[in-house]
Design a protein around this ligand. Sequence first.
Ligand SMILES: [Zn+2]
Length: 293
Amino acid sequence: MKYKLMLSLLLLWGGFIGCKNDEHSYTYKRDIAKKLIENKEETILIKYRIKNLKTKKISKWNKTYSLPDLKDKNWNYIFSSLNYLLDSPIENLSYEDVDPLMGRFGYRIHPVTLIPRNFHTGIDIYKKDKDTVKAVLEGNLEIKKDNLSGKWIKIIHPVYTLDSFVLESRYLHLKKIIKKEGKVKKGEKIGLVGGTGIMEGYIPHLHYELVLRKNKRIILLDPLLIYFNKTEKNITSKIKDKISPHAELIEIIEKTEKKNLKFLPTYLEFWKEKGKKDYKFKILVERIKEIID
Ligand SMILES: [Zn+2]
């Protein structure tokens, strides 16, 4: 009976949800998501078959991932539910805390290697005055460590879909982990923001990821779309591949409005310290200086 009610709600809902414009800004139906989720008992259920939703494929370091195909309006159900369920990993997270040049989800220039069109599987949150990372939802916490991601945490959340996809949140490059493995509550403090892993020596920030996973199939979700109902294209994704990452950078800088560049002086300091001294880099630095002056 409950299922029939949910199904009819979904059908009814499917008729009026939609994508407002090309930038994929959605009107979330949080009240409907709330009603569906409130029927929880031990676990929270997302009554949907993920496998029926349209996705796109991308690859990174020989691994294949899926992304939601935002033309499929049914994703709005998943996004609405998550928008209702999830806390932010850092207090008072705002859209502006994620830098449009290098911090957003999707293709970007890697801030350390300067590799162009590196697929960024999460968002980078820089917030100087806030360094405590919190669990975005209850779940089971696992502690991880590797050369790329540094010290990091994965939490598997009890958000089950009809076809057994699970939700995972991931918190990378932590300075310190302050919670033991095992059960964790929503909002509990789990770690401190740092720069461990490949980002060693880089600006401390939290790399935050949300994925739906079933065995080896991973669907990457854009946290900005979940939390703020919107996502604009990365600045980098507007630019076609170029032979030189620096040439590409220059073009990006030229096309970037001054208001979007609040993180650039910090990148510059980092690159300068790392001794990137080739002449193209010097040109880049000069161009950036001209723009931010
Ligand atoms: Zn990142």
